[in-house]
Design a protein around this ligand. Structure first.
Ligand SMILES: Cc1cc2nc3c(=O)[nH]c(=O)nc-3n(C[C@H](O)[C@H](O)[C@H](O)COP(=O)(O)OP(=O)(O)OC[C@H]3O[C@@H](n4cnc5c(N)ncnc54)[C@H](O)[C@@H]3O)c2cc1C
Length: 569
């Protein structure tokens, strides 16, 4: 059995930042199924928010208000307050660690505008911000290589829980196929989001809900799963992201008639309204037959920005258009559509990144979560752009601090190695021994399709019921799937099947939560209940596993400074 003081699952911004916090005092194991710097954080383009006030005067109070309003008043305001207050410090720390931010002419950290933020507060490194931060953190970790062991291309299967305490994880080495138990005094999940559940998504292949579903399987409820963000500018038919930074720098959105249609939907903020509003506006234009060339797409127009500015601020976006579409945005518009982008929901935590197991905030000892897999919840019903990298860094650090406090003076808990290993080996065996004929690829495609068409930007009871039924059918077929590679070494097929299992399960939970939330708020829009309903639904949704399937219960929203008000832009 492998032993560490703490095991961190995930090597994106949240995992790296929390590892940095603990590695100076504790022995850390950090596990990741992809090479650390290939974690999805590295794909983040547009920026990281902080009220530095380098371009215009700004304050944490304004950042807080924008975040709460952007989240449609579902954010827990105590968490938001601490998080926006921490932001400026966090940016300077990243800079001192070696993260290269773009500059103003007088040498300050430059800040650009972003959707829903009333001030320019996105700090950025051209349009490769996640890459710059992830590499800076990775370098810092390598400097501490003595106390951090990175398990690169290892897969976490299950959480080990004994009563009210978490004692480790069951994992396997993807290369050798060996299953191992890691015993740890504390476990931190930083496993990212689950956008791959949808057909059109900006998310990396690794964003498949493994961590969230491992927590659920261990008896931990999940929070606010119905809130999935669709980003307005995904590459047409592929979903690859064209950062909101493009609009932040001044790009327009045009419908098929060449009109800047956002004037009809958010006249004061236009293209820089929050993402849920812009994505719905685009979908409404397309549904009304005003897409470009009669298709399900909209134009992102950067032509007026000019080549020099595009090359200085948005070089990656230009290259993506050229590589994937043969369209150079200096001369032509880019075809885009809404793309599944971010999961507001996840593993419930308190504002110290401690995982909680009920609406009253009871902690699961030794279990922490941070970053996109966690639900603190600072983003409420809809996350503002650039607030997620900030969340990953702030709460990654907090998870680290909480772990240091928690493990002081405690021993490792009990782990029955044989039993834990056997559980996971049985999962492998189950898949290998299936004598089925169903294609896992077909099941995956059908899941993605139905989630996109029936649980996407616009939802209603009829669509959601069809979605739930379809997913149930897919679950049945999943049990009769056909695996072609039964080898042990680097068997990527088996891992894709396990990931598909996680995605099918979370898809069912998302659709079920969406059916039960009979209102429209943030990223969750019900055409049969188009209004926000604060009387009946101003609460988080906690879904608990039970013998009879998932049970959804409310959890109160923490409201401190800002009472819910109508959300107009
Ligand atoms: C294209 C794109 C652009 C974005 N741009 C921005 C932006 O400009 N600003 C902003 O604020 N936000 C942005 N976001 C959102 C933001 O990047 C993410 O929410 C954030 O980076 C998530 O960080 P994380 O550390 O929580 O997870 P990730 O970076 O997703 O890392 C997850 C880690 O978990 C590991 N993992 C998962 N499952 C397992 C398993 N079973 N076993 C072992 N390891 C596992 C993975 O290997 C990986 O290391 C963007 C997102 C996308 C997709």
């Amino acid at each position: 059995m492998i032993q560490h003081d703490v095991v961190i699952v995930g090597a994106g911004l949240a995992g790296m930042r929390s590892a940095l916090e603990v590695c100076k005092e504790l022995d850390v194991g950090m596990l990741t199924k992809v090479y650390p710097s290939r974690s999805h954080s590295g794909a983040a383009q547009g920026g990281i928010a902080a009220s530095l006030g380098n371009s215009e005067s700004d304050s944490w109070e304004e950042h807080m208000f924008d975040t709460v309003k952007g989240g449609d008043f579902l954010s827990d305001q105590d968490a938001v307050e601490e998080y926006v207050k921490a932001a400026p410090r966090v940016i300077y720390e990243l800079e001192h660690m070696g993260c290269v931010f773009s500059r103003t002419p007088d040498g300050k950290i430059a800040q650009r505008s972003f959707g829903g933020h009333s001030k320019p507060r996105a700090c950025f490194s051209a349009d490769r911000t996640g890459h710059a931060i992830l590499h800076a953190l990775h370098e810092q970790l390598l400097k501490n290589a003595k106390s951090v062991k990175i398990y690169n291309e290892w897969y976490m299967h299950a959480l080990i829980v004994d009563g009210d305490r978490c004692n480790g994880v069951v994992v396997s080495n993807i290369q050798s196929g060996e299953v191992e138990v890691i015993q740890a005094k504390a476990v931190v999940f930083c496993t990212g989001g689950y956008g791959r559940v949808f057909k059109i998504t900006s998310n990396a292949f690794a964003s498949t809900a493994d961590g969230v579903m491992a927590a659920y399987a261990a008896g931990i409820p999940l929070e606010d799963l119905e809130f999935v963000q669709f980003h307005p500018s995904g590459l047409y038919r592929q979903g690859i992201l064209f950062s909101e930074a493009a609009r932040g720098e001044g790009a327009y959105l045009l419908n098929g008639n060449g009109e800047r249609f956002m004037k009809e939907y958010a006249p004061s903020r236009m293209e820089l309204a929050p993402r849920d509003i812009v994505a719905r506006a685009e979908q409404s234009e397309m549904d009304a037959g005003r897409g470009v060339d009669g298709k399900d797409c909209i134009h992102l127009d950067l032509r007026h920005l000019g080549e020099a500015r595009i090359m200085e601020r948005l070089p990656q976006i230009r290259q993506l258009g050229i590589d994937f579409l043969g369209v150079d945005c200096v001369a032509d518009c880019l075809p885009i559509q809404p793309t599944a982008h971010y999961s507001m929901g996840g593993i419930p935590t308190d504002l110290h990144s401690h995982v909680i197991i009920d609406a009253g905030g009871t902690r699961m000892n030794g279990f922490f979560a941070a970053g996109e897999c966690a639900c603190v919840s600072v983003h409420g019903g809809n996350r503002l752009g650039t607030n997620s990298l900030l969340e990953a860094v702030v709460f990654g650090e907090r998870a680290g601090k909480s772990v240091l406090e928690y493990v002081a003076g405690i021993d490792h808990g009990n782990v029955n190695e044989g039993r834990e290993k056997a559980r996971v080996l049985k999962k492998f065996e189950d898949v290998f021994q299936r004598d089925g004929s169903e294609s896992y690829n077909a099941i995956r495609e059908e899941m993605k399709e139905v989630m996109m068409t029936h649980c996407g930007v616009f939802r209603d009871a009829e669509k959601l019921n069809v979605c739930i039924e379809t997913l149930q059918g897919l679950q049945e077929r999943f049990k009769k799937g056909k695996v072609t590679d039964k080898g042990k070494l680097f068997n990527t097929e088996i891992y894709e099947i396990l990931e598909l299992g996680n995605m099918l399960s979370i898809a069912q939970l998302i659709a079920n939560n969406a059916l039960q939330r009979k209102e429209s708020r943030g990223g969750h829009f019900r055409t049969d209940y188009p209004k926000r309903d604060d009387v009946n639904f101003l609460h988080h949704s906690m879904v608990y596993g039970s013998q009879n399937g998932p049970v959804v219960k409310p959890k109160p929203v923490v409201i401190t400074k800002h009472q819910p008000a109508e959300r107009t832009y």
